[in-house]
Design a protein around this ligand. Structure first.
Ligand code: ADP
Ligand code: MG
Length: 258
């Protein structure tokens, strides 16, 4: 009889999409038989098990969809090596609240100082906080938009990049843009303005953006929208990559200047 009930419970759990509990039913039941929790505690443990499993699954999927180029976390980031970074701001951004408010983040700094690392780590934190994210390099983003334009599918492609709550654009400004490409970027920024967050990393200061976009008008139109509700992180230290090389004795001990 109890076998019958057990089978029915499992069937109903599956039907209700409580798969984690269904899968671990025997373990949960025997643990409860040993510990004899109150009815309320038992229900609490059961629901916690399913909620945790669903959260883990959702985060894993969100991370997959985000297409991060590597696994980087804030825990792995050595803030002592980069004292110019406003650590308090980074912690605040990691709560994901800026995404709820459709605010942007601009990460400035020379090569090797951890811009991509922080962008990925914040992206993960945002996904863990329950938002969708997508990581792209500026080069691939703009190439995809340009191709879509040629094929008459620009609106669809912009809609695609407008969808995630956080769009991370890495390495803007490494190469100056053609005016037409700069205009595509402007269209995307306008589309996302006050609707979804962007996190942009760049090695160029704001004063150089006119040069990056090949056009002062487009640059200021982009900046106007991006900066309106934004947080700025400035990294001014040495390259972490070079530090590692120096340690390995591949370079002299002279300080590098960017
Ligand atoms: P950027 O994008 O600014 O050029 P990256 O984020 O790619 O730099 O950093 C280069 C490498 O050094 C990466 O492997 C990154 O994980 C690591 N790194 C950079 N800064 C730090 C740091 N402060 N703590 C730990 N690792 C770091
Ligand atoms: Mg980088």
């Amino acid at each position: 009889m109890s076998e019958l009930v057990r089978a029915r419970v499992e069937e109903r759990l599956v039907k209700l999409r409580l798969g984690a509990v269904a899968q671990r039913l025997d373990g949960i039941l025997s643990a409860a038989a040993r510990a004899e929790p109150t009815y309320l505690d038992f229900l609490d443990q059961l629901l916690a098990e399913e909620t945790d499993a669903k959260q883990k699954k959702r985060v894993a999927m969100g991370i997959q969809i985000a297409h991060f180029p590597a696994v980087k976390t804030l825990e792995e980031f050595d803030f002592k090596f980069q004292p110019s970074i406003d650590q308090k701001l980074v912690r605040e951004l990691a709560t994901g609240r800026f995404v709820a408010g459709a605010e942007n983040v601009l990460l400035f700094g020379p090569p090797g100082v951890g811009k991509t690392h922080l962008a990925v780590a914040l992206g993960r934190a945002v996904v863990e906080a329950g938002h969708s994210a997508l990581f792209v390099t500026a080069t691939s983003l703009l190439a995809t938009l340009a191709k879509a334009q040629q094929e008459g599918k620009l609106a669809d492609q912009i809609a695609f990049y407008a969808k995630p709550k956080l769009l991370i654009v890495d390495e803007l400004g490494y190469l100056p843009l053609e005016k037409q490409t700069a205009n595509l970027f402007f269209q995307l920024v306008s589309r996302r303005y006050e609707r979804g967050s962007m996190l942009i990393t760049t090695n160029q200061t704001i004063t150089q953006w006119g040069h990056v976009f090949g056009d002062e008008m487009i640059a200021s139109a982009v900046l106007d929208r991006v900066l309106h509700h934004s947080h700025t992180l400035l990294i001014q230290g040495d390259s972490y990559r070079l530090k590692q090389k120096k340690r390995a004795g591949l370079l002299g001990s002279t300080k590098t200047n960017h």
